[in-house]
Write a protein that binds this ligand. Structure first.
Ligand SMILES: Nc1ncnc2c1ncn2[C@@H]1O[C@H](COP(=O)(O)OP(=O)(O)OP(=O)(O)O)[C@@H](O)[C@H]1O
Length: 219
């Protein structure tokens, strides 16, 4: 069995003294495409935080709130995905005067998400869907062994969302994505983890689960 990318052992996590995740143990193996489902407040984002903190591999993150800096341009927000690959001097130079290679790398991922002409626009002037696509472009530029995404395509229309979800899954060998659409989860995931009140209520191969099984999580 290959070495797991992330292992949680009896993980409990809370906010302000209140537990949001109770004694969760699980492993993420290379190659898995995991969808996390559950009602609002079930602990999905908290589980992603735990996985993020425990992962020992290079990973990219698409947070629920996009994690962008509104005053900075689209280019700079996307470049943030690779800031820790470079030293301070190089990053300062890129901030002021990106070279052709850097501009090309960002343009490539902006092309994938359909934001070709918006590199210089401050993120504060973008729509919600455009912001989400900037966060996706930043994750694609970063790359890595694992992508963690918290409802990474919810701000997009169904067609564009499905296309970008497929692209994201193709760009990373392993993924753990919080999704809110049961059918979408069954379409793209190899394994589904369902949370209820901070506990794992379902953890099974997607091929063993039906939409009805998963809808129980929301009742
Ligand atoms: N920063 C925070 N400070 C305090 N409590 C928090 C914080 N983040 C989450 N919580 C609480 O932890 C619990 C789980 O929240 P979490 O965001 O993990 O749920 P979720 O399943 O991702 O919900 P949603 O689908 O609404 O995003 C909730 O009761 C929530 O109120």
């Amino acid at each position: 069995m290959p070495q797991p990318l992330v292992t949680l052992t009896g993980e409990s996590l809370g906010w302000g003294g209140q537990l949001a995740l109770h004694d969760v143990s699980l492993q993420i193996a290379p190659g898995e495409r995991i969808a996390i489902l559950g009602r609002s407040g079930a602990g999905k984002s908290t589980l992603l935080t735990a996985l993020h903190d425990r992962a020992q591999v290079r990973l990219a993150l698409v947070p629920q709130d996009h994690g962008l800096i509104g005053a900075l341009s689209v280019f700079h927000n996307v470049w943030m995905g690779v800031l820790d690959d470079h030293g301070t001097a190089r990053n300062l130079r890129t901030l002021i005067w990106p070279n052709a290679d850097e501009r090309g790398r960002v343009a490539q991922v902006l092309g994938v998400v359909g934001l070709d002409d918006l590199g210089r626009r401050p993120v504060s002037q973008l729509s919600g869907g455009q912001r989400q696509r900037v966060a996706l472009a930043r994750a694609l530029l970063r790359g890595g062994a694992l992508v963690l995404g918290d409802e990474p395509v919810t701000a997009l229309d169904p067609e564009q969302g499905a296309a970008l979800l497929d692209h994201l899954l193709g760009a990373f060998p392993t993924s753990v994505l919080v999704l809110h659409d049961v059918d979408q989860a069954l379409r793209v995931a190899t394994r589904i983890i369902g949370l209820r009140q901070g506990r794992v209520a379902v953890d099974a191969p997607a091929s063993d689960l039906s939409a009805d099984d998963l809808l129980q999580l929301y009742r």
